[in-house]
Design a protein. Structure first.
Length: 579
């Protein structure tokens, strides 16, 4: 490869290193604790053989995020390379993001966009601050992987317009499969192939090429649907997450025994599903659902245009009727974008294609099927490529009339994006920086308020934690875990009666969750109410007989009650399960 061809790649890599270099100093945060630190499946690189076994795709099983095996394989590869060091995992994510920037450059060139539009588009994609959630959080790497294979599949499809159409189309379909096995956001690839033919037509063999490609993509999509449907479920209290929950509850009870070094003794396939969902009422009202969808989609375009305010775990912009000013403005914005994408197809295909790409790439997160999180910045990772093409196309149009102004504006915008992205890397340094930072202007989900409460309790700021738990419960009254956190905060403040009420509420809301009764037992042990604590541990074991922690605590409770023989039997059981 000549230097003339290599220097854009080096520039894209340098831009990514400049913007994300500090992320190598960050630790594991938020979902990383569940998907990486407390996930025994990905901690053993030998399990890569499980993912390569065809039986994994034919049978049913309970593996945390098991419907994304390419993502799991990447975590195992990191474990083999870096052990438990977060810096290595972050380096892999930055390299993937850089590679995706190169793909945007290659796709721009394949679409025959005039220089320097391909380079501008790649740099906008790499440096846009909305990308930080997907890049800086390792457990959101699925978006990076899906985009990587998505871009590669589309590039091969474009190559099929020049030579060897059948092999390239089949290879494109294989990459489409890898993209889907990374994350479901890749499902729009067939629509993107249609967009390419609509905005950058290549008459020679178009119908036959499209027919073969769409048939291959449809076959892949059907096979993937058969794999995905029995394995997909929203995250609940998974075995890998249970340890973290117990640690937090134990930390709030200073005189209660901690879980120690025992492993959780959970039966294979155990999943403690969430007892509630914050947005269930939204989907019960069709008008509210549709109006909120419109407002949220417009909110995505505001994030793409302005880049902020950015925050983890944001809540959607809820609307209750079509007459709200925000909904009307959002409708006008979306209608204008769609109209422009159609009107400018012949006049400015680069900009129009970018606008159409954004609209189509958002289809998987339009909540036609309910999403656990109706809005998230990481959902924009693939979408941002379209925004980058539209911005680069607009600058290219300006360059034809005023070259210096175009270059000056491009440099100014890229520098602003780089500075904002670099600064935002500090937001992902640790959980406290992520959840306790940021202003009140960003609507947060109940989950984030509960996380803020947990962190404030850990810092000894229990009165502030009470406020966060109350905010979580205002949005989600049946959030059992938040009631437990509120009870622990009240206990630390010496408000025993209020703490009892919270624990009772959690038990009533989640009578099938052993976590609730373990937490209740810890609270009672701290109050020296050992007989009642033993009852709570027994209830937890009735729900999950192989829960090592419950046997451990029950044995320690029996010791306090003077029941030495029962205590010894429970502790032996805990040791056997904890091996």
């Amino acid at each position: 490869m000549t230097l003339r061809r290599l220097w854009p790649v080096l520039l894209i890599a340098a831009a990514a290193a400049l913007a994300y270099g500090d992320s190598l100093r960050n630790g594991f945060v938020w979902d990383d604790h569940t998907y990486i630190e407390r996930n025994p499946f990905v901690q053993d690189p030998r399990n890569l053989g499980v993912l390569l076994d065809r039986r994994y795709y034919l049978g049913t099983h309970e593996v945390l995020v098991g419907h994304r095996p390419v993502f799991l394989a990447s975590l195992m590869a990191d474990r083999a390379l870096w052990g438990g060091r977060p810096a290595g995992y972050h380096a892999t994510s930055v390299l993937l993001h850089t590679a995706n920037g190169v793909w945007v450059y290659a796709l721009s060139a394949a679409l025959a966009l005039p220089p320097p539009a391909p380079l501008w588009a790649a740099l906008f994609f790499v440096l846009h601050p909305v990308q930080t959630e997907a890049v800086d959080l390792v457990s959101f790497r699925a978006d990076l992987l899906a985009a990587f294979f998505f871009f590669a599949a589309l590039w091969l499809y474009l190559g099929a317009r020049r030579a060897r159409p059948l092999p390239r189309v089949l290879a494109s379909a294989a990459l489409f499969a890898l993209a889907l096995l990374s994350k479901e956001m890749a499902a729009t690839l067939p629509a993107m192939a249609l967009l390419v033919e609509g905005y950058f037509p290549s008459p020679e063999g178009r119908r036959r090429r499209l027919a073969v490609a769409l048939s291959a993509y449809a076959l892949v999509a059907c096979l993937y649907a058969g794999f995905w449907s029995p394995r997909f479920h929203y995250p609940g209290m998974q075995p890998s997450a249970l340890r973290g929950a117990l640690d937090r509850f134990a930390a709030a009870m200073p005189t209660a025994p901690g879980p120690g070094e025992l492993k959780l003794g959970l039966a294979p396939g155990t999943v403690f599903r969430s007892q509630s969902w914050e947005w269930s009422a939204l989907y019960a009202d069709r008008t509210a659902w549709a109006a909120t969808r419109v407002k949220t989609l417009a909110g995505y375009f505001r994030l793409l245009a302005a880049g902020g305010p950015l925050a983890a775990g944001r809540a959607p912009l809820v609307a209750r009727s079509w007459s709200e000013p925000g909904v009307l403005w959002s409708l006008a914005l979306l209608a204008a974008l769609a109209s422009y994408a159609l009107w400018a197809r012949r006049r400015r295909p680069d900009c129009a294609f970018g606008a159409a790409w954004c609209l189509v790439a958002l289809i998987p997160v339009m909540n036609f099927l309910p999403l656990y999180l109706p809005m998230a910045e990481r959902y924009l990772y693939l979408v941002t490529a379209g925004a980058a093409w539209a911005a680069a196309g607009a600058l290219a149009g300006l360059r034809a009339r005023a070259p210096r102004a175009a270059w000056g504006l491009a440099c100014l915008l890229l520098a602003a994006c780089a500075a904002r992205t670099h600064a935002r890397g500090r937001d992902w340094h640790d959980d406290a920086a992520l959840f306790l930072g940021g202003g009140p202007e960003v609507p947060r989900s109940s989950m984030v308020h509960a996380n803020r409460g947990d962190l404030l309790r850990g810092l000894g700021r229990d009165a502030e934690a009470v406020g966060e738990y109350r905010s979580a419960l205002a949005a989600r009254p049946d959030y059992a875990e938040a009631w437990l956190g509120l009870g622990a905060a009240y206990a630390a403040l010496g408000q025993t009666d209020a703490s009892f009420a919270c624990h009772d509420k959690a038990a009533a809301l989640a009578p099938r969750s052993p976590v609730v009764f373990l937490a209740y037992g810890l609270f009672l042990m701290d109050l020296r109410q050992d007989a009642r604590a033993a009852q709570m541990y027994q209830r937890a074991l009735a729900l999950q007989p192989e829960l090592a922690d419950a046997w451990l605590y029950l044995g320690q409770t029996y010791q306090r009650l003077g029941r030495a023989r029962d205590a010894r039997a429970c502790l032996d059981k805990a040791r056997a399960l904890g091996r």
